[in-house]
Design a protein around this ligand. Structure first.
Ligand code: HEM
Ligand SMILES: *[C@@H]1O[C@H](CO)[C@@H](O)[C@H](O)[C@H]1NC(C)=O
Length: 215
C-alpha cells in the first residue's frame, strides 16, 4: 500500500476530513439542559439559521464508538431539519428532526443514493424531553443517540474522533412530515451544506447525569 492510499484509509477510519480547516462550530452551554455543546448555525435562507449542537461524554476514546447528544433548534416554520453524521447524504447515519405540534420527533435514516432515506436500525435516538420543546418562534429537539458516532462507511468502519474535528452536513425542508411516526415519508430538501465541527470542545464530564436529568 503506498502512502497516499494508506493515508486515505486512516482518514476514513478515523472519520477525519483530510483538511487543516479550522472548525466552524463554537462552544455553547445550553442553560435549559446543562449540556455543553459545540454548536453551528447553518444558514438555510438569508439571515435565517438552524442550530446544530453536539455533546459527547468526556471519556469518549478515539477508535471506540460512544453516545452523543444531538440538539437541533429551528424557526417554527421549518418543516424538517436533517443532520448527517458523516458530512454527506449517503452511507452515514442521518437524523431527520421535526416538531409534530408540540411533540419533538427524530427519525434515524440511511441513504445509499440521492433518494428518500429509509429507516436506519443501526442508530437509536431517545428524546430528552426536558431539553426539547416548542414555543411561539422555535422548535427544539434534543436526543441521545446510540450508534451515531460509528458506522460501516463506503471505505471501511468510520469512528468519529472525539478529540478532533469532523465534517457534518445538514438538509432543510419547508415541508413538515405528517404526524410523529419516525418512519413517515419525507419530501426532498431545498438547501444542504456541510461544515467542520469540533468534537473535543463538546465533552461533558457529567454526561450520564445530564442525560438522566433531561429524560
Ligand atoms: C426525500 C428525501 C431526499 C431526497 C429525494 C434527496 C435527494 C438528494 C439529491 C438529489 C441530492 C443531490 C443534489 C442536491 O444537492 O440537491 C442530495 C444531496 C444531499 N442530501 Fe439529500 N435527499 C433526501 C433526504 C435527505 C436527508 C434526510 C438528508 C440529511 C439528513 C439529506 C442530506 C443531503 C446532503 C447533505 C446533500 C449534499 C451532499 C451530498 O450530496 O451528499 N438528504 N439529496
Ligand atoms: C423559544 O425557543 C427558542 C429555542 O429554544 C429560544 O431560543 C427562545 O428564546 C424561546 N423564546 C421565548 C420567547 O421563550
Amino acid at each position: 500500500m503506498h502512502w497516499k492510499s494508506s493515508f486515505a484509509y486512516a482518514v476514513a477510519l478515523l472519520g477525519l476530513a483530510p483538511t487543516t480547516e479550522a472548525a466552524n462550530s463554537v462552544v455553547f452551554r445550553d442553560a435549559q439542559s446543562g449540556f455543553t455543546f459545540t454548536s453551528f448555525d447553518a444558514a438555510f435562507q438569508i439571515g435565517r439559521y438552524l442550530s446544530y449542537r453536539v455533546a459527547i461524554p468526556a471519556n469518549a476514546a478515539p477508535g471506540q464508538p460512544y453516545d452523543a447528544v444531538l440538539q437541533v433548534v429551528a424557526p417554527i416554520d421549518v418543516g424538517w431539519a436533517g443532520f448527517a453524521w458523516g458530512g454527506g447524504m449517503t452511507r452515514n447515519p442521518l437524523a431527520v428532526n421535526w416538531a409534530s405540534g408540540s411533540t419533538p420527533v427524530v427519525s434515524p435514516r440511511w441513504a445509499t443514493s440521492h433518494s428518500m432515506p429509509s429507516t436506519y436500525s443501526g442508530a437509536t435516538y431517545q428524546i430528552l424531553s426536558r431539553a426539547s420543546g416548542v414555543n411561539g418562534t422555535h422548535w427544539k429537539v434534543t436526543s441521545l443517540c446510540r450508534g451515531c458516532t460509528s458506522w460501516a462507511g463506503s471505505s471501511g468502519t468510520v469512528v468519529l474522533n472525539p478529540t478532533g474535528e469532523t465534517r457534518f452536513a445538514f438538509a432543510y425542508s419547508r415541508v413538515k412530515p405528517s404526524g410523529s411516526s419516525p418512519d413517515t415519508s419525507i419530501t426532498v430538501h431545498s438547501v444542504t451544506n456541510s461544515w467542520m465541527h469540533d468534537l473535543n470542545g463538546a465533552k461533558n464530564a457529567n454526561f450520564d447525569e445530564l442525560v438522566e436529568q433531561n429524560r
